[in-house]
Design a protein around this ligand. Sequence first.
Ligand SMILES: C[S@@+](CC[C@H](N)C(=O)[O-])C[C@H]1O[C@@H](n2cnc3c(N)ncnc32)[C@H](O)[C@@H]1O
Length: 214
Amino acid sequence: MRNLTLPDSSAPREGARRHAPSAARNLAPILAVLQRVLPESGRALELASGTGQHIAEFARRFPGLGWQPSDANPEALASIMAWVEGIANVAAPIRLDACTPGWARKFEVWNAMCLTNLLHLISTAEALVLLQEVPKALADGGVFCLYGPFRQGGVLVSEGDARFDASLRAQDPDIGYKEIEWVQGVLCDAGLEVVDLVAMPANNLMLITRRAPR
Ligand SMILES: C[S@@+](CC[C@H](N)C(=O)[O-])C[C@H]1O[C@@H](n2cnc3c(N)ncnc32)[C@H](O)[C@@H]1O
């Protein structure tokens, strides 16, 4: 696990709950897209749940789905647990490194999967593993919702994005923004079809893909 300095790194805590201002800011626009694309029932996995702020609200808004939070960082699990306490349709968080080959086969298949704000924080090789595992983890017709900042058409789309990407690469030259076209290509080669690519606030993107029948 990398120990990166990010805009939310010094975010406050309230007991075990960590607060990420960015997660609070982007929650409503993300929910608006999920409302259109998530199935009403089934099993849903969130990768890299972070503080747990997102999945607590996802679970409240989609009560027919059984939600599984996860994160590679064991320190995140206590915060997630605190955010989801008392919400019936969320399982206890699990430690899951989404960049480890083979993780998909350790579970029953999922009807929905969500991932927000991770791909720019890992290397291209790690992102490739993650993006190739996701389709294996999805049930036929299962939906994968991917949100974050990306290079688009070969460029960083704003000065703020260029600064953030440079600050990441200064911490680790292997990480930084991924090309959205490359991400789509990897997912499609691995058996998913693109349902939608949604422009989100602050130049972020939400890519919705679905598992075609095997
Ligand atoms: C910027 S935070 C995003 C958290 C949350 N998804 C959000 O949008 O607020 C990135 C999260 O990814 C987790 N992470 C980093 N590498 C990971 C990996 N290989 N597999 C799973 N989670 C990972 C970190 O521990 C951290 O919680």
